[in-house]
Design a protein. Structure first.
Length: 377
């Protein structure tokens, strides 16, 4: 892996304590690194250690949108909640980290500090003593390039084998790109011979009528997509199965396959379906995750919820593709004057034209480059 020169330069500046230099360098490159988690993590920690807590919060929130469960991102946001006196929100984030890694030292240390402090006044005094940075996430480190790793391995190997005069023929083998490991544990979802010969059922009303070969090929295509970690594309095929005349045993295996699906982030969603495609046949896209751009309108915020109408395609203010209601199960800031991207799960509702006539989004995250998520310094 060739190291990114800008991120490398910023990381070196941060490691030397030159936080302002790193911030100045990175903030001018926002467009280039629009979806780079590493970019936002470096920028966030630079602001954090420089004392720019408003900037740190903004960039940590964006980092979380890209990698929703990154432990150090959660710990950084939690530290800012502690600083604001929002202990409950900080504790929730620390517990989320420990849910992933019960032995995470920094999260355990932070919870210990909160417990020992007891009253909010005691915790506030602890923070005013300048001790909060001990709970900050670590500064970024320079990644090791593949070439450096190879040289290190070769050096160790040469040292170990040189004593016996063994020639390292391995160094002559060309390096191949690393392929992702295929998903395992799907054995129970494989079709049996009886499933293949009795793939359809007769009688009843179905949205899609498929032949026996079509049912089998559609299911196998969905399974292959799951094995390749293309969960959203697989869901489209499985929805076709579930809304069709496929046999109940195959539908049950389709439901089992759906249980393996994982929730994507902005950086992990491989197959992106446009609003116009979903509009043509919404039932194929039930529970599929999408990323749609547009503008927010009719913003409504509750204590623990956020709702708005997404004007899909209106981010350029040239064309409006449609209006989609969006619901978030948490409170968040949304700037209705700026374009945004929404990552969400498609939910079908009943309208005047019947079931499935209304397309909604159950929101997971929002990316809004110009969004101000905290103004404290």
């Amino acid at each position: 892996m060739k190291l990114d020169p800008i991120l490398t330069k910023a990381t070196r500046a941060v490691q030397k304590g030159r936080y302002a230099d790193a911030i100045h360098l990175l903030e001018s490159e926002a467009v280039r690194y629009h979806d780079s988690f590493r970019y936002f993590y470096i920028l966030a920690t630079s602001c954090l250690y420089a004392g720019d807590f408003g900037g740190a919060y903004t960039y940590l929130k964006r980092a979380r949108e890209i990698k929703m469960r990154d432990p150090y991102t959660l710990i950084g946001i939690a530290a800012l909640h502690l600083r604001r006196g929002e202990t409950d929100r900080a504790i929730a984030l620390y517990l989320e980290v420990l849910e992933q890694d019960p032995h995470h030292r920094l999260a355990k240390r932070a919870l210990s500090v909160v417990r020992k402090s007891g009253a909010p006044e005691a915790l506030s005094a602890w923070i005013e003593e300048g001790r909060l940075p001990s709970l900050f996430p670590p500064l970024p480190k320079l990644p090791t390039s593949v070439g450096t790793k190879i040289l290190r391995i070769a050096a160790v190997g040469a040292l170990a084998l040189g004593c016996t005069g063994v020639v390292l023929e391995l160094l002559r083998v060309p390096l191949l790109p690393r392929r992702p490991v295929a998903r395992t544990g799907l054995e129970a979802t494989a079709l049996e011979s009886r499933d293949r010969t009795q793939a359809v059922q007769t009688g009843g009303a179905y949205r899609y009528i498929l032949t026996q070969n079509q049912v089998v090929s559609t299911y196998e295509r969905a399974r292959a997509l799951f094995i390749d970690y293309r969960d959203e594309a697989a869901k489209v095929e499985l929805n076709r199965i579930l809304e069709s005349n496929a046999s109940e045993p195959i539908k049950n295996k389709a439901r089992l396959l759906l249980s393996y699906a994982t929730v994507p982030g902005f950086d992990t969603l491989k197959d992106k379906f446009a609003y116009v495609d979903v509009l043509k046949d919404p039932f194929l896209y039930r529970d599929v995750h999408v990323i749609w751009k547009g503008m927010a309108a009719n913003l409504r915020g509750g204590q623990n919820t956020t709702d708005f109408d997404l004007l899909v395609g209106y981010d350029t203010r040239n064309a409006l593709e449609g209006i989609v209601p969006v619901h978030f199960n948490f409170a968040m800031d949304v700037n209705v004057e700026q374009p945004l991207e929404v990552l969400g799960r498609i939910v079908l509702g009943t309208g005047k034209d019947g079931p499935g006539a209304i397309i909604r989004l159950e929101g997971l995250a929002v990316h809004q480059a110009a969004l101000s998520l905290g103004a404290e310094k």
